[in-house]
Design a protein around this ligand. Structure first.
Ligand code: ADP
Ligand code: MG
Length: 348
């Protein structure tokens, strides 16, 4: 177990709740003028003046959303922040503050929680976020971590899911499918390790896809890029559950259809080679694998000249009338309906 790797193992009972909170949060420094009061009172106080405020929350549960046998706690802390920031950026907003709530069993030591908080602190620094509060409680078995993120945007800049128009371009950032494949490699290595604990796997050829699973990033850079390009998407969503399910959200909420071109879906070479090795279809992985945390947006045709040369943005299709439905145009030029097999934590 990762948390046992630490030489020192201070039981949480030695500190008590308040000393623990103090210990874990003492390094956090406030970076935003809008944070009037952070940790230490009954509630945090924020002042955002003329902006609109966006709020989003995610709950991660051990055994459901993460497996500590291959997810180092530091990475888990980082990822728990990232998945929330991604939702803020998907509104075309700037993320400014987070709260972090945890439930821990006595299986976890102080050193283990220090690791978790080191990841949280790193993400907060990289993304310029204030940690302004949270809650700490005990759990009878596993670890739960819930992060709430707060962000701000000018009213006219906020982008919703429900305003895509027929003939808009469908655009995605980065590449798809890598995080899911990284998970497959880690699951496989876990099984190998169970059989032979001395086996030291060589994971070099999987470095990108494993990093995408263990250390995802949120596309803060894209929010700035869109501003610089003077492009406001007509609709936007982050890709947490897989491309097909996110496309369906955009289409249903915007009451439009969509043609998605298989040959345009951006894939990293490591995704292609690993799919070959695992005998998986890379399109299926890109459509249904989750946790890429890229942004999927629709852009008016007029804005095409502004985005066409940009390596961060790939046009993968366009929106149609609702009555046309949602389709994948395959490499063989056949048209098949898009269905949501997206990763759904309620199903497993
Ligand atoms: P209360 O009893 O009012 O819920 P707590 O004693 O739980 O207050 O928390 C004290 C302060 O520490 C509050 O500002 C709270 O937001 C913050 N806090 C509690 N737990 C955490 C945590 N896990 N991470 C960050 N801040 C926390
Ligand atoms: Mg509390």
């Amino acid at each position: 177990m990762i948390e046992d790797k630490n030489q020192q193992r201070t039981p949480l009972s030695k500190l008590g709740e308040f000393a623990l909170i103090d210990h874990l949060t003492k390094n956090f420094k406030l970076k935003h003028k809008s944070t009037i009061k952070g940790i230490g009172d009954d509630a945090a106080v924020l002042e955002h003046k003329t902006k609109q405020i966006v709020v989003t929350t995610d709950l991660l549960i051990e055994g459901v959303h993460f497996d500590l046998s291959y997810m180092p706690l530091k990475h888990l802390g980082y990822k728990a922040v990232i998945v929330n920031l991604s939702d803020v950026y998907a509104m075309n907003a700037e993320a400014t503050q987070i709260t972090v709530s945890i439930a821990v069993s006595n299986r976890f030591s102080l050193e283990a929680l220090e690791e978790l908080y080191a990841g949280i602190e790193t993400a907060a620094n990289v993304y310029n976020i204030d940690v302004i509060g949270g809650d700490t409680t005990s759990s009878t078995s596993g670890l739960l971590i819930s992060v709430t993120a707060i962000g701000k945007a000018n009213k006219e800049d906020v982008v919703y899911r429900n305003a895509a128009k027929p003939s808009d371009l469908l655009v995605v950032t980065g590449d798809l499918g890598a995080a899911y494949l990284g998970l497959q490699v880690l699951e496989r290595e876990k099984e190998v390790f169970k059989v032979n604990p001395n086996n030291q796997p060589d994971l070099d050829q999987y470095s990108y896809i494993i990093e995408r699973q263990l250390k995802p990033e949120a596309r803060k850079d894209i929010i700035k890029l869109l501003k610089d390009l003077e492009v406001k998407p007509t609709a936007m969503i982050d890709i947490s559950d897989g491309l097909s399910s996110e496309i369906m959200h955009l289409c249903k909420q915007s009451k439009v259809g969509c043609d998605l071109y298989e040959n345009k879906i951006p894939l990293d070479p490591q995704v292609i080679s690993t799919c070959e090795e695992f005998k998986m279809d890379s399109t299926t992985i890109a459509l249904n694998g989750g946790e890429d945390y890229e942004l999927l947006m629709t852009i008016s045709q007029e804005d095409y000249p502004k985005i066409k040369a940009n390596p961060n943005l790939t046009v993968i299709g366009y929106m149609t009338d609702e009555s046309s439905g949602m389709h994948l145009i395959t490499r063989a030029d056949t048209k098949i309906p898009i269905t949501a097999q997206g990763w759904n934590s309620l199903e497993d």
